[in-house]
Structures are given as structure tokens and as C-alpha cells.
Design a binder for this molecule. Sequence first.
Ligand code: NAP
Length: 502
Amino acid sequence: MTSRLICPLISSDIDAMRREMALAAKVGAGAVECRLDYLQPVPAADEVVRLVSDAPVEVIATCRPAREGGNFQGDEADRLALLAAAAEAGADFVDIELDVPHKDWPGAAVIVSQHNFETCPENLHDLGQQLDGAGGTINKIAFMADRPEDSFDALEVIGICKKPTIALAMGEAGLASRIVARKFGAFGTFAALRGGAESAPGQPTLDELKGLYRWDAIDSKTLLFGVIGWPVGHSMSPAIHNAAFAAAGVNGVYVPLGVPPKAEEFNSFMDAILDRPWLDCRGLSVTIPHKENALGYLGKNNCDPAAARIGAINTITIGPEGTLRGDNTDYAAAIDALCRAMDIAPKGLAHKAVAVLGAGGVSRAIVAALSHYRAETTIYNRTVSRAEALAKEFSAKARPLEAADELEAEILINCTSIGMHPHKGASPLGASEIPPCVKVVFDTIYNPLETELISQARAAGALAVSGVEMFVNQAASQFEIWCETPAPRDVMREVLVGKLQQ
Ligand code: NAP
């Protein structure tokens, strides 16, 4: 069975709903859900008949009562009469809540549904069995996700139910359940016609599902990848990796996975992934604040020695048998971006004076690499003790950030967040100019494309290297580790720059 992209129509005006139905059919929705409970005033039966007869696409008629999160406030008999009119007029499906006594709905197949806008029910499997035993043809379960793992429970129910099933986790944490539903043969998933036209929290748009997540390419063999972070909603990684899968012909889908900051939450998420080999999860990018948690979960023995030395990983690879491997692709990505721009091999960094601004996660990876290639590094940081601790580990020097206005170095690398939101327009050097001794300025920030520091570098005649190339490099290396095939770097760069220019 092909999983449908179901476009909910939530206009309050019946003529507008009819126009949206035509538009949804035109842009590739497999079905529309006419939400009769959104119409104002409550339509007459003959208006419903005009709405659904001769529809250009499969129609699900729904008139959700307030008790299940809908807008219909009227009499139950009137509500069911509207649905009966829709069924007789040719609606392909009517959505009937589980608590409504079973009856035949001549003309339409019945979707028996259950909604929970509060939480993930503990007894999801029982609920699935209950729906299987109800009188409908299709099951629908929708619940509010508390944690990203809840998405996997929804996907599991699709596989367990005997009837075609829609099972989805609502809210941002449930996004994966909506995207990956097709892999498990769900009856369908809901996709809004445009941003702002969502009928439930966390619902992606048709464009996002078809374009960004390549819904039409997902099948039972599709491998799952994703980015773990908090927050993760604005990550560029899904756009870059999904475009790379498309360009390289890899049967994979890459989703955002928002895991709250604590190590226990990271651990429980990873346990949930590994307990469910049927998800076919093969790779995870790890971003702020989980890079150290990821190393802790995998253990140094399962990680690349350079990653273990840095103390953080940004790439997890999961073998088909559940084996784990951790890598840090930021390390080589940064050095490669810098050295290519300078047209030198990494060993050419030996004995060069480098000033690194910042002592956080990215600084740590870069300082470790600079130490490996025997550069002479001085770390400048707002919190001097952090700079001192990092310097001690990698034989560098430490200074306060204010001292950077008199730095003496050939290469200047910014690893602070000054220059990105909410510090856009600011420079980590403040009002100071780039000292004449600095020949190369590498700003690891990639959003915005042109930071104040990069502008200062150009004005001073120094070679300016933005964080874009580093970001593309780290993503391309992840792709190559997971897919064992060359990454389509040009496509990845084009997608990233395109998004940054939006
Ligand atoms: P992090 O661990 O949070 O470290 C942030 C650093 O910025 C710390 O040194 C911090 O100093 C300093 N900082 C923050 N706000 C400051 C302020 N108002 N004044 C002075 N110093 C301030 O973050 P991270 O993961 O290392 O990321 C750092 C940068 O790397 C970000 O700007 C990000 O754009 C960039 N990045 C680039 C890539 C890429 O692929 N191109 C990937 C990831 C990150 P304290 O120690 O005093 O707090």
C-alpha cells in the first residue's frame, strides 16, 4: 500500500476550502482531510455535498468534536449527520472517533481515530489492538510526544496493527514519526498546505515532506539518519544531508532529533534507538550540547583516538548489528578548510603562530589539531580559567580575550560565538582592527555568511576564510563515513549557502 500525504484543509470558509482542495491536488497531496469542524457557520448538509462531490483527490471527511481537540461545539447528532452527508456525497473516508458507537457509513470507508493532546499513552499497543477490533477499515492514533523516543513508539504501532494505520506523535518531538511513517507502510501522514495551515502541532508542510525529506523516495529499505541537538529546529544538517542522499542515490532519510540537554536524556534516547533495530538507524550527527555526552555514552574504546583526545564526538555510526563507532569530523574539517584556503598541507602549520579566540567545543577540536601539527597556539578567552585548562592539555598559551587587541600571530581563528545571532554585527576583537602581522583570518561562524570579523579581515587585506567550508567538510566526512562513497560536496555547499542567503 502506498502511504498517502494527507493535506488537512482548515479554512473557515467553504468556498476557500474547495479552492484549497484543488490546490492540494495540484501540488501532489494524495488525499485531503476536509475539517468540517473548522467551517463557520456550521455548514448545511447540501453545502457539504457540494464540497466533497467530484473532488479531484481522495477525501477524508472529519468533524472533530471539542472533546477530542476539534472545534465542533454542536449537537452530536448534527455532527454525525454532516459526516453522513459527506459519505453519501462520495467522500472516500469518514473519520469517526473510537468512542462513537459503531455503525455502517454507506459510501465511505471508516477511519476509527483516537487523539491525546496531552501525552503519549502508556498502553499504545493495547490501543492499537482496540482499534483493530473496532468496526473501521483504518486506524488512526495521534498523541502528544513528550520525548523524541515517542516517535519510535508511534512507528512501532503502525507495524503491529493488522489494519492500515496512521500513528503519529504530535509536537516538535514527534516530527520523526510523521516523516518516517512511509517506511513502515502507514496509511498516510498529514502535511499542511503551507506554513500556518497546520491542523495539529508539529505538522510539517507538504513542501517540507516532499522536498526536504524526500517523502516519495522513502520505502521499507530506507535507512534512518538524524541530528541530535537541543535546540535542533534550525539545524541546516537535514537540508544538507537529504540533498546529498538524493544526489548520490543513497536510500536514506535524515531527520532532526531534539534531545534535551542532560546526559541521562541523551543516554535514554540512544538506548531507545539501539533497542529498536527495525528502525534501521545507521548514523547520527551530534551537535550542541551533546558532543561530550555522546563520547561518554559510546566510551573511548568505540571512538576514533583523535575524538577521544578531544573529548567530544559529532558523528555516531551504528552498524547493522548495533555496533557503535564515534568520530569527530570537526577536527579535520577545520584544518582542511584553513589549509586549502592557505594552499598549504596541514604539516605546513608547524611553528606558525596562531591565535585562537574562544575555549569551547569547537576551539577544543581546533586547538587539538593545531597541537597535532605543532603550531604555536595562544588561546584567548573571556573565561581565562577555561583557556588555561585547554592550553595546559595541548601545550598552548592562555590569555584573556581583552588581550587579543595586541595579539602577535600570523593566523587568527575565531571560535567564539561573537558575530553570530544574537551577537550579529559584533566582532570578537571589539573596535580593534586586525593587527598587521595577521595574514589569515578564519571565522568558524557560518551564519551569517559574512561576519563582522570577516569584513574586518578583508578590509585589512588578510586572507578571509568563513565557517562555510568547515561546515560542509564536517558534514561531507559524516556522509562518507556512513555511506562509504564520495560525498557530493558541491551539492552540500550549494544547499547550505542557499539556505544562509534566504
Ligand atoms: P561553546 O562551546 O558554547 O563555546 C563558546 C565560546 O564563545 C566560549 O569560548 C565562550 O567563552 C565564548 N563566548 C560566548 N559568548 C561570548 C561573549 N559574549 N563574549 C565573549 N566570549 C563569548 O560553542 P562552540 O560549539 O565551541 O561554538 C563556537 C562557535 O563555533 C560558534 O560561533 C559556531 O558558529 C561555530 N561553529 C562552527 C561550525 C562549523 O562547522 N563551521 C560548527 C560548530 C560551531 P566562555 O568560555 O567565557 O563562555
